[in-house]
Design a protein around this ligand. Structure first.
Ligand code: HEC
Length: 133
């Protein structure tokens, strides 16, 4: 009987650990990506820079529609570059989930599946990736 109880506790314990570990991963990896690829323009803590670079902190678009946000990182927009050449598809998902859940931002996580689907869709278009397509 005792051994079953231990097993039961072990199973409950490990599944309870999964969620926070995942969250920690994307936050840690996201912070590294942010520093390297986003911070120069959007600044430390996502506060932005005057009228040039929009703040990501407290930003409704960042915490809003997932598809719009994915299109932005894949296609770019005005002075915002596309990041498809610099980052892998899973890193693109990571950085978006990071900005959606940092500096007080809070939004539902984007699934890798949705990123992959939109990525493939754009890749199949004749005019491909790039701002304004
Ligand atoms: C070279 C400077 C530059 C870099 C680097 C950069 N951005 Fe931007 N970003 C911009 C500019 C400029 C805009 C505003 C574009 C516009 O006017 O539509 C913008 C807009 C955005 C927006 C939309 C904000 C809104 O309110 O519409 C998001 C989200 C965003 N950037 C995320 C990122 C992420 C994530 C990274 C790093 C992977 C990044 N940016 C790197 C310049 C940059």
């Amino acid at each position: 009987m005792k051994i079953y109880l231990k097993l039961f506790l072990a199973v409950i314990g490990s599944s309870a650990l999964l969620a926070p570990t995942f969250a920690q991963d994307f936050l840690e990896q996201g912070a590294t990506i942010y520093e390297e690829y986003c911070e120069a323009c959007h600044q430390v803590d996502g506060v932005g820079f005057e009228d040039t670079y929009p703040a990501l902190k407290g930003n409704k678009f960042v915490q809003g529609d997932k598809e719009e946000l994915i299109y932005l990182i894949l296609e770019g927009r005005a002075g915002m570059p596309t990041f498809i050449a610099d980052l892998e598809k899973d890193q693109l998902t990571t950085i978006l989930n990071y900005i959606r859940n940092s500096w007080g931002n809070k939004a539902e996580l984007i699934e890798q599946e949705q990123m992959d689907e939109l990525y493939e869709g754009i890749a199949e278009e004749d005019d491909g990736f790039g701002s304004g397509n």
